[in-house]
Write a protein that binds this ligand. Structure first.
Ligand code: BTX
Length: 327
C-alpha cells in the first residue's frame, strides 16, 4: 500500500535511528493512533520494531524473505529453480504449480510463497503454512517415464531434503515412509508428489515440499504441537530459508540425474539408510484397511513391504504409518 511504502521510506532515510511518532504522523498524514496501527501491521509482516517513549520507533530487523533474488543469488544448479514463481501469499503453491505445468512451464520451475492460506497434504488434509516461518515450495519436473514410477519421486525428494537439512543445519532427520521427514519423532517436513499424465507417460510431476524452518512452538496450532517441530526449535537458532532451498534444489537435481541415468537402486540404498520404519513393527493404515507387521524395506519401485504375523508379505503403495506401543 502507498502508506506502507511511505513509512518504509521514512525508516530507511533514518538509517536505523528512531523516527518519532509525530513525524511519522506528519509524513503519512494521519493520527498517531493510526501510526501505531500501521506499526502493528509491519510487525505482522515480519519486521522487528523497537518502540521507545518520547523517541519513537525504529526497525531492528527486516523480514527474512525467500524472493526470487534471495534464491537465485548463490544457487548452484543446471536447471532446477531457474524459473521462479514467487508470491508473498498464495492459496497453495501446489495448485499454482499444476496450472503452470499445464500451461507448459519449463522443467525445473519452482513456485514459492511466504505463506499458504490453503496449503494441503495428502487426501486433502490441510498443511499449516504460516508467514515467513517455513519453506512452502512446489517443483515441476518432466521425466520421460511411465506414470507408475511417480511415487519414487517422493523418495528421491526425501533423500534430498534430509541431506540438505544435515548439511545446512547440522541436524539428523529421519524418513518415515512414504513422505514424512522427522526429527526426534516429530514432523519437520511433508512431501506431496502429484502428477499430470496420460495412460502411458508422465507429462509433469509436481513435488510439493512443506518444511517448518523458523517456526516457534507458538506458531503451531494446539493439534500440531505434539506431532510437529521446526528446524529452529531443534537447533535452538534460526536458519536461512533461502540457503536451505538452494541446498534442496542442488541435491534434488543431482539425485534426479542419477535416477534418470542409473535407475532407482542407488536412491533406494540412500533412502533405506535414513528410514526409521525399516525392521520395525508398524501399523500401515491405507484407505482400504490396516496392515500390521514388520516393515521389511522398499522394493525397486518404492513400494513398502510388510510381513504380517502369518509371514504373508504385503506390498503397500500409500499409507499412514504408526508404531504400535510395544515397539
Ligand atoms: P500428509 O497428508 O502426510 O500430512 C498432513 C498432516 O500433517 C495433517 O493432517 C496434519 O496432521 C499434519 N500437519 C499439517 N501441517 C503441518 C506442519 N506445518 N508441520 C507438521 N505437520 C503438519 C504431507 O501430507 C505433505 C504436505 C505437503 C505440503 C506442501 S507445502 C508446498 C505444497 N503446497 C501445498 O499446498 N502442499 C505442498
Amino acid at each position: 500500500s502507498p502508506i506502507r511504502k511511505k513509512m518504509l521510506e521514512a525508516f530507511s532515510k533514518s538509517k536505523g535511528e528512531f523516527v518519532s511518532g509525530q513525524s511519522l504522523a506528519d509524513i503519512l498524514g494521519c493520527t498517531r493512533t493510526a501510526v501505531w496501527k500501521h506499526i502493528e501491521e509491519l510487525r505482522k509482516e515480519g519486521f522487528e520494531l523497537e518502540a521507545v517513549r518520547k523517541r519513537g520507533y525504529r526497525i531492528i530487523k527486516t523480514p527474512d524473505k525467500v524472493t526470487d533474488n534471495e534464491i537465485r543469488y548463490g544457487l548452484n544448479t543446471k536447471f532446477l529453480g531457474h524459473t521462479i514463481y514467487y508470491q508473498e501469499s498464495i492459496d497453495s503453491t501446489q495448485k499454482k504449480a499444476h496450472h503452470l505445468a499445464y500451461d507448459g512451464c519449463p522443467e525445473g520451475t519452482i513456485v514459492i510463497a511466504e505463506e499458504q492460506t490453503s496449503g494441503r497434504g495428502r487426501l486433502t488434509r490441510p498443511w499449516h503454512s504460516p508467514k515467513f516461518t517455513g519453506i512452502w515450495m512446489s517443483i515441476v519436473l518432466r521425466p520421460k517415464l511411465p506414470p507408475q514410477q511417480a511415487p519414487q519421486f517422493t523418495l528421491i525428494a526425501a533423500v534430498a531434503v534430509v541431506q540438505a537439512i544435515e548439511e545446512v543445519c547440522g541436524l539428523n532427520p529421519e524418513i518415515k515412509w512414504p513422505n514424512d521427514i522427522l526429527i526426534k519423532g516429530r514432523k519437520v517436513t511433508g512431501i506431496l508428489t502429484e502428477l499430470q499424465a496420460e495412460s502411458d507417460k508422465i507429462n509433469s510431476i509436481i513435488i510439493g515440499i512443506g518444511m517448518n524452518v523458523n517456526a516457534e512452538e507458538s506458531d503451531f496450532p494446539e493439534e500440531l504441537k505434539k506431532i510437529a517441530t521446526s528446524i529452529a526449535i531443534e537447533k535452538g537458532q534460526s536458519v536461512s530459508r533461502a540457503r536451505l532451498i538452494q541446498k534442496i534444489l542442488e541435491k534434488l537435481e543431482n539425485y534426479y540425474q542419477i535416477y534418470l541415468e542409473k535407475g532407482f537402486s542407488p536412491i533406494k540404498w540412500l533412502w533405506e539408510g535414513y528410514a526409521v520404519s525399516i525392521g520395525k513393527n508398524i501399523i500401515a493404515r491405507t484407505i482400504t484397511g490396516s496392515i500390521e507387521g514388520k516393515a521389511l524395506g522398499i522394493t525397486d519401485e518404492g513400494v513398502l513391504r510388510i510381513q504380517d504375523e502369518n509371514d504373508k508379505i504385503h506390498e503397500v503403495y500409500s499409507a499412514d504409518i504408526e508404531f504400535p506401543d510395544n515397539n
